[in-house]
Structure formats: structure tokens, C-alpha cells
Design a binder for this molecule. Structure first.
Ligand SMILES: Cc1cc2nc3c(=O)[nH]c(=O)nc-3n(C[C@H](O)[C@H](O)[C@H](O)COP(=O)(O)OP(=O)(O)OC[C@H]3O[C@@H](n4cnc5c(N)ncnc54)[C@H](O)[C@@H]3O)c2cc1C
Length: 598
């Protein structure tokens, strides 16, 4: 059964409860597609009709798997992390990484059945061509509600393949690129990308790995410090050719296979696997290159430009993955709050619990809106729109930064919702919190993404103009939203863009870059939620997203002065709607966003 707010568990009648009946429930065996009205509404808005028709049953199947088998396997793989072996049973020095069988089951679903690693590059799931960005991200979103760790190998294989297919010679494309997008387990080559070294993660230009020419190829000498999917078949990495300048301008991209043409192993060693806080099913290692054979990818000294193609795509996917983890935190929280009795009534009816639930729900929906919209902007940019390319330039690091920071807070709040069981590893909550920390660091920390917004997207590329115009365009289209609320959103959007411009204009203001980036994210999400609520409501659907927009405004963009008593009668009714199943009529949502405004 499709649901609006996504839970299926009320638990036994409270008066008949005894012993274990009292324990609050979880979202196990929920279909994560059917339980996600927000996602289905956004797909109707942003996805073409043909793709909707075709992929609906596939989303439905992945949603069922994610709430069921995938989730069970993810739990097992998390508790049995990969192990690095240095020799085979004959005593030969052949390294291999042993994964728990549950991990291989998840690989079967992700790589071979759904082709998540191949989605934009070739036909999958009966669709005749590569799929649009939103179909791909929806698959990421459903999969990562169960398993975050394997999502990395799926995504890096897709993006390493993109680089090999885009920049590689005919030989590299045929030898590696073609096999990196194969669905056939016997043929598939998994990929990875390695930039970070001991000297530089954020400061990649400080890297020390050397590339030395040898007979038309290159030999690598040095180390990489963080290598996810360390046992991959083909890695794309950055190294400096002897004599090339220091800094990022001197870096070149290379393709490094694990196995050579004669079947022997390439000359590198996985020194060890990292024992890390989260995404434990993923093998992240340190690698020492001892004369490993490498092929140049693209042109010499163009490495950083080439790898940034990958980084930007990955940042957007991380917005969707943050939305996924937060959605899972929401399912858990709601299932618990409906089934747990506290002081004689369901936890869901306690005022402060309702507030906490909304603090889980709203950031999850902000991330979902901005990511679905980001996928649509990416599609328009790939189709040749310069405006979309400008927009994408600024919204990509904005979405990556704020959604992943929110994720940490939301998964922590969801732990508190569950009480003591929230930190017990029988339940998924602690895994969600542990996993949520990792992507804050990937593809640039929140500091690096915020600096990218102000220094490069604004100061260098002037992309904020496209964002300002887009926010006003969306508001002008939202005809069912009261003028007073639209004007308020327009003024707040201008204030956020003006502030980011001021921060970008003064190098001394860099310390405010994160605040500026957060303000842009909240302005973008508040406007999108209003626009989406209006569109859905005017089509006779559920306008609840318009109510969410006001929560973003009142709590993130334009909060009342500290310790004042806010005029928040609207919020009690809006909370009733958002925590209930009934669709919200547009007229009621419109009244509520305009009433008692500060
Ligand atoms: C589990 C895991 C797997 C990973 N897998 C990979 C992988 O497969 N491939 C890969 O290339 N990398 C990988 N990474 C590395 C990751 O991308 C880096 O950790 C990240 O880029 C940060 O680099 P760093 O660790 O060297 O920290 P540093 O760059 O030393 O940063 C330390 C701190 O300084 C801050 N900082 C940096 N610059 C500035 C500045 N200008 N102003 C103010 N503060 C600043 C950072 O935000 C951070 O808070 C992985 C990391 C983890 C945790």
C-alpha cells in the first residue's frame, strides 16, 4: 500500500501490551518506495512521463529490496568488515580482499541486476539508452537507504568509467571502459579514484606520487593514503610526472589496472585496510606503488580538470545519498513514535516528540527537493543550456555541503527518538549515524565546498546571478502561493544571495563562507518546497511541501529573536498535517504559510 508519511507500524493495542510488546518498532520490511510520497510526488514533477512509466516498477522492486533483503545483508556486512589477505593458500604473494557473502549478495543487486554503476552509460533495466540523472539518483537513493558502504564502489565505478570513456584512448576505452560498464559478473571491472595522499586531501596540489616514463607507458612510485574500493580492477588517479610544476597545475591523470595483460599483478601493494567509524562494509585502504604500470588519461597536466568532472558528479549524488540516510532516519523515527507508548499515550502525541520528528523530516525533504531539482538542472546542462550550467556550478557544492552536515544532526536526533535502543547495534540507528560522518569528508569537506561556493562559483564564475534569477522565476510561477509569502521568500532569497556576494567580495570574510553556503541552501530549498507544493496542489495533489517551506523559513532562514515567544499557532496545525496521512489541500496550506507571519 502506498502511504503519504511512510510508516506501517502502530504495534499491538497499548492496553494489551506486555514485555517485548512495549519496545518501539522499526521500518524493517517496509517498501521504501511505496512509503515515500515525497519521492513519488517529486518524480511526477521532475521526471519525464516515459521514464516514470518505465521505471516505476523497478523503483518499487528496489524499494522492497531496500527495506528487506538489502537491509539484512547491509547489517551483516557492517558487522563483518572486509579483511585483507596477503598470500593465497599456496603461499604465493597475491593480495586479495575477502568480503562477507552478504556483501556479494548486495553487489549482485547493485551491479548485476540494477546496473547502478552503468546507469548513464548504457541500457539498463530494459530502457533503450543510458538513463537520465534523476533515474540514476533515485536508484542511488533507494539503494543507500539500506546500504551506504557499497554505494561508493557503485558510484566510483560509474564515474571512473565516465572518465575512461570520455578522456581515454581507443585502447583504454576498449580494454577497460567497456568492461567497467558491463552487467556481466564474469566481465565487469570495478573502478575507483584515488587522489588523497598523506600530503594532501584538501590540498591535492601537495601530492607526491611520481610518474616516470617507460617505453610509451608510465611507472608510478609513491603512495595513496585513502583508497576506497581498494581491491578494484581499475583505478583512475593523479600523479606528477617528473619535472612538471608543483601544485595542481602539474598533476596528470592515469589509469592503473590491477592485473597486467599477461595475467600477473601490477606492481602495487595494498598496505592495509583502514579501520573506520562508518561505511564499514567498504574496503578503504592505503596503497604503495612500487613501479606500477600506468596509462596516461587525457592530456598531460590536465589531471585536476579531468578528476573534477568526477568530483562534481559525485557531490550531487552525495546530496541524494544524504537525503536517503535522513529518509531512513525518518522511517525509523516515525515507526518508533507510532508504536511506543510514553506516559499513557503514543510518543507521536507528545508535543516535544512531534517537534523532534519534524526536525528529522524537514531536513530530509530539503535534501530530497534540492537533489531532485539538481538532477533536473544537470539534465538541462547536459542538453546544452548555459543557464543550467551556471546554476549547476553553484548549487552542486551548496547541496553537497549543507545536506551532508544536516545528515549528521538528523541521524543523531533519530537516535534520541529511539531512546536507549538507538545506540544498540541491533537497530539500524547507530549505523546511520556512523555512516553519516563519512560523506561529510568525501569530495571535499564542508569547509572546502563552502570555499568553492564563495571563491570560485561566485567570485570567479559569477554563478550567483543565475541562482538569483532562478529563485525569482520559480516564485513567479508559484501562483497559488499567497503574494505575502512569495514576497517574503523573494526578499529572503535576495538577502541570502547578497550576503554570499559580500562574503565572496572580501578575502577576509572567508570565515563566513559556511554561513553563506547554508543560507543559499535554505533559500533554495524554501523556494523549491513552495514551488513544488503549489504545483502538486494545483494538480489536485498534496500541497504539504508548501508547509515545509515555512518551517525552513522560520527555523533556518528567518528565525525569531532568541528567547522571544514566537507567534507559532500556524505551526501546530501545520505539524498535524505533516505528521498525518491526509493530503494537504493547497488552499489550507496557503492560509497557513500566510498566517501570523513574523
Ligand atoms: C573512509 C574514507 C574513504 C576515502 N576514500 C577516498 C578515495 O577513495 N579517494 C580519495 O581520493 N580520497 C578518499 N578519501 C579522502 C578524503 O577525500 C579526504 O579525507 C578529504 O578530502 C580531506 O582530506 P584530509 O583527510 O587530507 O584532510 P585535510 O585536507 O588535512 O583537512 C583537515 C581539515 O582542514 C580543513 N581545511 C582544509 N583546507 C582548509 C582551508 N583552506 N581553510 C580552512 N580549513 C581547511 C578541512 O576542511 C578539514 O577540516 C577518503 C576518506 C575517508 C574518510
Amino acid at each position: 500500500m502506498d502511504t503519504r508519511i511512510g510508516t506501517h507500524v502502530d504495534g499491538p493495542d497499548p492496553s494489551a501490551r506486555h514485555g517485548s510488546d512495549h519496545i518501539g518498532g522499526d521500518s524493517r520490511d517496509l517498501n521504501f518506495f511505496r512509503a515515500d510520497a515525497g519521492l513519488r510526488d517529486l518524480l511526477r514533477l521532475y521526471l519525464g512521463a516515459d521514464e516514470q512509466r518505465h521505471f516505476w516498477p523497478h523503483f518499487d522492486r528496489l524499494g522492497a529490496l531496500a527495506g528487506g533483503d538489502l537491509d539484512r545483508w547491509a547489517d551483516q556486512a557492517d558487522k563483518h568488515p572486509p579483511v585483507l589477505h596477503h598470500r593465497d593458500r599456496f603461499g604465493r604473494d597475491v593480495q586479495w580482499i575477502e568480503h562477507h557473502p552478504a556483501y556479494h549478495e548486495m553487489e549482485r543487486i547493485g551491479f548485476h541486476e540494477f546496473g547502478l554503476h552503468a546507469a548513464p552509460h548504457r541500457p539498463i533495466l530494459g530502457w533503450p539508452t543510458g538513463v537520465s540523472p534523476l533515474v540514476k539518483f533515485t536508484l542511488h537513493y533507494l539503494f543507500s537507504q539500506a546500504e551506504f558502504g557499497l554505494m561508493c564502489p557503485l558510484a566510483v565505478t560509474e564515474l571512473a568509467a565516465m572518465l575512461v570513456l570520455r578522456y581515454g584512448s581507443e585502447e583504454l576505452r576498449e580494454k577497460y571502459g567497456r568492461r567497467m560498464i558491463s552487467l556481466d559478473p564474469a566481465e565487469l571491472m570495478q573502478g575507483a579514484q584515488f587522489m588523497t595522499e598523506k600530503a594532501g586531501g584538501s590540498d591535492v596540489g601537495a601530492n607526491e606520487l611520481r610518474a616516470v616514463p617507460e617505453g610509451g607507458h608510465w611507472r608510478l612510485q609513491g603512495e595513496k593514503w585513502f583508497c576506497s574500493n581498494a581491491g578494484c580492477d581499475v583505478a583512475v588517479l593523479l600523479a606528477r610526472i617528473d619535472g612538471d610544476p608543483p601544485g595542481t597545475a602539474g598533476l596528470t591523470a592515469f589509469v592503473v589496472p590491477r592485473d597486467l595483460d599477461d595475467g600477473s599483478r601490477n606492481a602495487y601493494r595494498i598496505v592495509r585496510l583502514k579501520d573506520k567509524l562508518g561505511s564499514k562494509s567498504l574496503a578503504s585502504g592505503e596503497i604503495a606503488y612500487e613501479g606500477a604500470l600506468a596509462y596516461m588519461l587525457g592530456e598531460r597536466r590536465q589531471g585536476i580538470k579531468i578528476l573534477l568532472d568526477q568530483v562534481n558528479m559525485s557531490r550531487l549524488s552525495h546530496g541524494m545519498r544524504a537525503a536517503a540516510t535522513m529518509r531512513r532516519a525518518w522511517h525509523e523515527s516515525l515507526a518508533f513514535a507510532r508504536s511506543r507508548t510514553l506516559f499513557g499515550k503514543p510518543a507521536l502525541r507528545q508535543p516535544l516528540m512531534r517537534r523532534q520528528l519534524l526536525q528529522v523530516l524537514i531536513p530530509a525533504e530539503q535534501a530530497l527537493s534540492t537533489s531532485c531539482y539538481g538532477a533536473d538542472v544537470l539534465r538541462r546542462s547536459e542538453e546544452g543550456s548555459n543557464t543550467a550550467a551556471q546554476l549547476l556550478r553553484i548549487i552542486t557544492p551548496v547541496i553537497k555541503m549543507r545536506s551532508n552536515r544536516d545528515n549528521v544532526q538528523v541521524t543523531a536526533k533519530a537516535i534520541e527518538v529511539r531512546g536507549g535502543n538507538g545506540v544498540i547495534e541491533d537497530w539500524v540507528n547507530s549505523r546511520l549515524l556512523r555512516d553519516s560522518f563519512i560523506p561529510v569528508l568525501w569530495e571535499g569537506t564542508s569547509i572546502i565546498n563552502s570555499i568553492d561556493v564563495v571563491r570560485r562559483a561566485i567570485a570567479r564564475s559569477q554563478a550567483q546571478g543565475a541562482l538569483r534569477a532562478e529563485l525569482h522565476r520559480l516564485l513567479a510561477e508559484a501562483e497559488g502561493v499567497p503574494a505575502a509569502y512569495r514576497n517574503r521568500l523573494a526578499a529572503l532569497s535576495d538577502r541570502a544571495v547578497d550576503y554570499a556576494e559580500k562574503v565572496a567580495a572580501h578575502p577576509d570574510s572567508e570565515k563566513h563562507a559556511r554561513l553563506a553556503t547554508s543560507a543559499l541552501y535554505h533559500a533554495l530549498s524554501a523556494v523549491l518546497l513552495a514551488w513544488e507544493g503549489d504545483r502538486l496542489g494545483r494538480d489536485g495533489g498534496d500541497a504539504r511541501r508548501l508547509l515545509m517551506s515555512r518551517f525552513v523559513v522560520e527555523h533556518r532562514l528567518d528565525p525569531p529573536p532568541a528567547l522571544s515567544m514566537p507567534t507559532d499557532a500556524w505551526e501546530d496545525e501545520a505539524g498535524e498535517w505533516l505528521l498525518g496521512e491526509a493530503p494537504v489541500p493547497l488552499a489550507r496550506a496557503a492560509d497557513l504559510v500566510a498566517s501570523g507571519a513574523n
